[in-house]
Every structure is written in C-alpha cells, then in structure tokens.
Design a binder for this molecule. Structure first.
Ligand code: PBG
Length: 323
C-alpha cells in the first residue's frame, strides 16, 4: 500500500464506514431456542451453556416476556419429556410438554412466532432420532409416520412453523402431506436440510438429555467433509415442499451457507449451535475473549456468509446489544 493510501484509510469517518458496510444484523433475523422440561416450577441452569435454562411450561412467562420486549420475532422449542420409550410416543401426545408450552406461549404472546423442533431423539429411550430395527439401525419409513404425527400435534397446539431436524429421507414431503390433509396448508416447514453429524452439539445433548445410548448419528446426519451432498439434501427438501431451508452448525460451515445462499432462492436459516455458544462463553469467562465483541462478530459473519436468519442462544444478548 502507498503511504498516502494508508493515511486516507486512517481518516475514514465512522459515518462513511457505516455507509459502505455490506452486511448487517437486525433483531428481525433472530430466533431464540428454548428447552421445555415436563413438570412444574422448573428453571434449571444448563452447565455447559451458562445463561441458558430448562423451563417447565408454567415458568415460561419471564423469558417469553424478555423475548417479546426485545422484539425477537420467534422462539424454537425443544421438549424434554418425563417418560421416554422405544417409539418416542410422548412426542405426539396432545398434552405433551411441547404442546403445553405452545399453548401457553400463544396465550401469553399471540404474535410471537412459535417454531417447533420435530425429532424423536429427546423422546426415545435409546436417544436416536427414529424408530430402530432389530440391529439397532434407524427404520426410515416407520419413523416418517411418527414424525408426521408429531408435526401435526404441534400444528394443532398452535405452532406457527414446523422444523423437522431428524434428517430422515422423505420427512418434509410426508409432513407437508399430513399438515395439508388436516387444514394446515399455510403452516410453513423450516427444514434442517443440511445437518451435519457434528461434535458441536455436545452441550445440547446434555441440555436435552438426548445423547444416543449407543452408536452415533452418522447414519442419518451428514459427513462434515461433504458440501455437494449438502446441496443435494437441500434440493430434495425444497422439492418436497420446504419453505425455509437450514444449514447447521453455522460457523464451521460458512462455506456451505454461502453456497446454499447462491444456489437457492428459499429463505436460508443458519443454526449457531450449542457448542458454538459454549466456546464463546467459556473463553470469555476465562478472560480469553471479549464476549460481546465476539458474539457480534460471530453472528455478523453468519449473515455475511449468506444466512437470512439465525437461530442462536445469544439472541437476547444480540438484541440487547443492537438496541
Ligand atoms: C435434535 C437436535 C439436535 C440439535 C438440534 N436439534 C441434537 C442432535 O442432533 O444431536 C442440536 C442443537 C445444538 O447443538 O444447539 N435432533
């Protein structure tokens, strides 16, 4: 660089920097995940996710109040049932933990969007995302029927958007069909299309008690080495009727987000997962990172990569920092 250029750069006024900024993050982009635990009067902290809690449905009002007052448009619900079985039956009960939470939130804050995660791993005794055969492998097609029931039970309870995260083949199509048949033609599907078999889900599995009791999820989640496969998975979901597509995790997969944004017109969501949250929290607690600056840089980088919206445990803090 010539010295005179350097001098000019140093003199760039903050307002000019603001004017030529290419990317921004707004509160409108944020989705806040919540863990809902069956029971009463529960607000439990989650060790590996400082600042995040498991709430029973009757204890949601404070956190929902905060989300609404910060103008965050949506929450994403995960259920932690009391009882689990081989078939994940609790996941589609009319009065299941998520179904109860949906009704409570809709009563308290009708305009807040309620997105529900559709998966069986929190509800099965073995912790896998579907029904197993004798060898312990997931039975794709049998699982699809259960997932459709789960999705429908969420829609009936008042969910605004259904988000299947199980990664079974064909689940978007079968959920779309089940919703349409029951009069929920206008309930959108946000599909976890490119969900990697990632080690960054560790804290979530502690939070939701959903770690598989044997084996791993490599049979149905994607290999971190693959990117063309991600585009193929997204294309399948779009063809089956996904309204919003998703890449997960976010920071280790910014290249996948960028390619998906270039390739598809559908709104694109990215999930900054529990491990991404835990890393920033842990390093900051040790004084090794400046927490707020790193939070804002991380969410901005996910937007810069091409995400339209972002699921993040930092949603409330980001909203606070933006205001
Ligand atoms: C359920 C599900 C998981 C996450 C979201 N939905 C866990 C998993 O697949 O093991 C992880 C989210 C996070 O780490 O924050 N299948």
């Amino acid at each position: 660089m010539f010295p005179e250029q350097r001098a000019r750069r140093l003199r760039i006024k903050p307002a000019i920097r603001r004017m030529v900024r290419e990317t921004g993050i707004s509160v409108d982009d944020l989705i806040y995940p919540l863990f809902i635990k069956e029971g009463e009067s529960i607000k439990e902290s989650i060790d590996a996710m400082p600042g995040q809690f498991r709430y029973s449905p009757d204890r949601l009002s404070d956190v929902i109040g905060e989300v609404v007052s910060r103008e965050i448009p949506a929450v994403l619900l995960f259920g932690i049932p009391r009882r689990k079985d081989k078939f994940g039956t609790e996941a589609h009960k009319k009065d299941g933990v998520v179904q109860q939470a949906i009704r409570r939130i809709k009563d308290a804050a009708p305009d807040l969007l309620v997105i529900t995660d559709v998966c069986l791993c929190e509800y099965t005794s073995h912790g896998h995302c579907g029904i197993l055969d004798r060898e312990g492998a997931v039975e794709n097609d049998e699982t699809l029927e259960v997932l459709a029931k789960v999705a429908l039970s969420h829609a009936k309870a008042g969910a605004d958007i259904i988000a299947p995260s199980d990664m079974m083949d064909g689940r978007v199509g079968i959920i779309r069909e089940a919703l349409d048949e029951s009069g929920f033609e206008y309930t959108p599907i946000m599909s976890y299309s490119a969900k990697y078999a990632s080690s960054f889900y560790g804290p979530f599995r502690e939070a939701a008690g959903s770690a598989p009791s044997f084996g791993d999820r490599k049979g149905y989640q994607m290999d971190p080495a693959n990117v063309r496969e991600a585009l193929r998975e997204i294309r399948l979901d779009v063809d089956e009727g996904a309204d919003i597509i998703m890449v997960k995790p976010a920071m280790p997969y910014l290249d996948v987000i960028r390619l998906a944004a270039d390739e598809f017109d559908e709104p694109l969501c990215a999930y900054q997962v529990s491990g991404e949250y835990a890393m920033i929290k842990a390093a900051s607690a040790n004084g090794w990172l400046a927490e707020d600056a790193c939070i804002m840089e991380s969410v901005l980088s996910i937007k810069r990569a091409g995400a339209d919206m972002l699921i993040t445990y930092f949603a409330c803090r980001v909203a606070e920092l933006l205001s």
